[in-house]
Design a protein. Structure first.
Length: 238
């Protein structure tokens, strides 16, 4: 007898980590302090993902639009990414978490990018969970990049234009082997996607909380997961 597949199983959660700056302002701190505090929340997310057997977590860490922020803040965020990687390698190995990225990674400063690529390589054999960092990421940019790859493939007779359907288009996105998120969480109470995974989130369940990202913890993550499992996912059907 064929094994019954649970179509409602939560395999992939995408998170817009919003509110670090407002958390810092509320606590009389510098914006970068809010980002540092927010980085600690990632550990709680990984712990909860392990508890609920969630294979993939994608975090919107730095958007293509974030390059427009003040230079000092951008430099601070790149330094924070470097420090996060350097201080959490043992955790990733202990929990068997593979790190991946989506986005225009070549935009990341050389030293941080070098450490990032080494971290990705060193965790590549981990198989329990995957943490995907969206870095220098914008969904419109991803779709444009995919379209360019398809044009190239057609020009070079690798594929035929009539073969391009939704599945074929998806295969040209940044991480085509990762399933689409079933649940998208956004902290800080904003009700928009902010150019995040527009293609992949087409049928995702959305969960918005007013909690600022540094204050987002295990109990609230559990609440979001339980909300997902309580919903009737019809995918346009009845």
């Amino acid at each position: 007898m064929a094994k019954k597949v649970d179509k409602k199983k939560l395999n992939h959660v995408a998170i817009i980590m919003d509110g670090n700056g407002r958390w810092a302002e509320k606590n009389g701190l510098q914006r970068i302090d809010g980002h540092k505090e927010g980085a600690k929340t990632i550990r709680k997310v990984l712990d909860t993902a392990e508890l609920f057997d969630i294979k993939y977590i994608t975090l919107y860490a730095f958007s293509t639009e974030n390059w427009k922020r003040p230079k000092l803040e951008v430099m601070g965020l790149m330094k924070l990414l470097k420090e996060f990687l350097e201080s959490n390698f043992d955790l990733f190995m202990e929990k068997k978490v593979k790190l991946r990225t989506i986005g225009r990674i070549d935009d990341i400063p050389y030293l941080t990018r070098k450490i990032l690529k080494k971290f990705i390589k060193d965790t590549s054999k981990n198989s329990e969970r995957e943490l995907i960092l969206a870095l220098s990421y914008g969904s419109r940019a991803e779709i444009v990049d995919a379209a360019k790859k398809i044009v190239n493939a057609v020009k070079n007779d690798i594929i035929k234009i009539e073969d391009v359907d939704e599945d074929k288009f998806s295969s040209f996105l940044y991480a085509p082997d990762i399933p689409d998120p079933e649940l998208m969480i956004r902290t800080s109470g904003e009700h928009r996607l902010s150019n995040f995974m527009l293609w992949q989130l087409s049928y995702a369940e959305l969960w918005i909380t007013d909690t600022l990202w540094p204050d987002f913890g295990e109990e609230e993550f559990k609440e979001a997961i339980e909300s997902y499992y309580s919903r009737n996912r019809r995918f346009g059907g009845v």
